[in-house]
Design a protein around this ligand. Structure first.
Ligand SMILES: Cc1ncc(COP(=O)(O)O)c(C=O)c1O
Length: 444
């Protein structure tokens, strides 16, 4: 693929100079690689801001059935600077661990805008959430419900009931990789809907009165290319609300069909606009409310995009260390990163492509396999891509590396993790410094 054909995968502020040098926000990427080393992850601030604005605009224009809140799913990539940026953009934050909560705290993120997800929150993590006053704790299962209830009773702060949501497994099927499905009947996440457990959990919370039930949540999967799973989620949640309302007169303040909107990939550039999601959720909210004919105000709709906010903003830059043609016919380009900074191709077959950073306009001459430096045959970043002839020392860019790469990074083979930059026209921020051997060894 030429770099022009790749433009739908690149950050908004990407340019290629006449001599074929890749720039982000007018910064020469080879110069950044020289200054900060490789592997290097570069995030374009403008792309992140544009993506947030696009969500707000789409819902402001196409969704009128109720108020809307948009939360950034921080598991996609989080740092204090990103948390600050999200706060400035008016986003909420979805976190899933004590660590993510502490990053939010370090960034002074408004805690009332935080939702604490996760399927196995420890007592320490729940304690931290209570102490910080997070807006919502999303209860995933009976153990968590009991744990939190016990903790709140022990501290016994009357009038300070934490706000909770019940996570429901809505039995919604999705057309995505098995590891990316989260809302099916046998999902590890949430109280199952179909066997009545979700309703029982709600009734128990309401009858005990220890925590304050603010609403319901579901998330059917990620890399979703159709609105159907979102719609089914929302309508099933509303149906459940209707049943509970009839029995208890409880009515939710908010309801969420989660996140999961897809992004373009090298093999698929037909991602639907977020406007379509907003429009279809409007239909579902109206349909769901009509079906339960409640006189009460429509609950706030909460959407939780992660990947569609940040994936395209991030580009991974690697330096080629060696090329190895094999008698079997595959020519490898070995780069200085790999599965420890991006496990996604090995974990669930995520597709990436690559281009030459300092000869982006050069003719494409050979098919290569881009493989990492780690001791696994499965350490492959791009199985087959056509590139100009690449030499030792040349730089490669992998677009759409902004989501779920670094958050899942490891120190496999005791290799320190990459540096991360956040750039705009005026600034280059070292968002996360490169790990050192000393960092890696300091735990022993
Ligand atoms: C509960 C929840 N919300 C939102 C998301 C964000 O998904 P995505 O990054 O695909 O938008 C996830 C991702 O797994 C999730 O588990």
């Amino acid at each position: 693929m030429t770099t022009i054909a790749l433009s739908h995968l690149l950050p908004d502020a990407s340019t290629i100079s006449q001599d074929g040098i890749f720039h982000i926000a007018n910064h020469s990427v080879p110069a950044l690689a020289q200054a900060y080393g490789t592997p290097l992850y570069i995030y374009d601030r403008t792309t992140i801001i544009n993506a947030c604005k696009q969500y707000f605009r789409a819902f402001a224009t196409h969704y009128h059935a109720s108020p809307v809140r948009i939360l950034y799913a921080s598991k996609a990539y989080l740092s204090p600077l990103i948390a600050k940026l999200m706060a400035e953009q008016g986003m909420g934050l979805d976190v899933v661990s004590g660590g993510e909560l502490l990053v939010a705290q370090q960034a002074n993120f408004p805690m009332e805008r935080v939702s604490f997800h996760g399927n196995n929150k420890s007592e320490d993590e729940l304690q931290l959430a209570l102490q910080l006053g997070v807006g919502r704790i999303v209860l995933d299962n009976w153990s968590e419900l009991e744990r939190l209830t016990r903790m709140v009773r022990q501290t016994g702060q009357k009038g300070k009931q934490p706000g909770v949501l019940v996570r429901v497994a809505p039995a919604v099927d999705t057309d995505t990789h098995r590891y990316l499905q989260t809302g099916h009947a046998s999902s590890k996440f949430g109280f199952p809907l179909v066997n009545g457990e979700a309703k029982s959990a709600i009734l128990r919370i309401l009858s005990e009165g220890t925590v304050r039930l603010l609403g319901l949540h579901a998330h059917s999967g990620t890399m979703l290319r159709e609105t159907r799973p979102y719609q089914e989620c929302l309508e099933r949640l509303l149906q459940l609300v209707g049943e509970v309302y009839a029995e208890t007169a409880w009515w939710p303040e908010e309801i969420s069909p989660g996140g999961g909107w897809a992004i373009d990939t090298p093999d698929n550039s037909a991602t639907l606009a977020v406007q379509i999601l907003a429009r279809d959720l409007q239909l579902s909210m109206q349909r769901g409310l009509t079906a339960i004919s409640s006189p009460l105000p429509a609950p706030t709709l909460v959407i939780e995009p992660g990947r569609s906010i940040i994936a395209r903003a991030g580009v991974a830059i690697y330096r080629v260390g060696a090329r190895k043609p094999t008698p079997g016919g595959i020519t490898y380009l070995f780069v200085d990163g790999g599965m420890a900074d991006n496990i996604r191709p090995a974990l669930y077959g995520a597709l990436y492509t690559a281009f030459a950073v300092d000869k982006a306009n050069a003719p494409l001459q050979e098919n290569v396999c881009i493989s990492g430096r780690y001791c696994e045959s499965g350490d492959i970043l791009v199985e087959d891509v056509r590139l100009p002839f690449m030499y030792e020392g040349d730089l490669l860019a992998l677009p759409t590396s902004g989501a779920y790469c670094l958050p899942m990074a490891s120190n496999y083979n005791f290799v320190p993790r990459p540096a991360v930059l956040l750039v705009d026209e005026n600034n280059v921020h070292l968002m996360q410094r490169r790990e050192t051997y000393q960092d890696v060894l300091s735990r022993y």
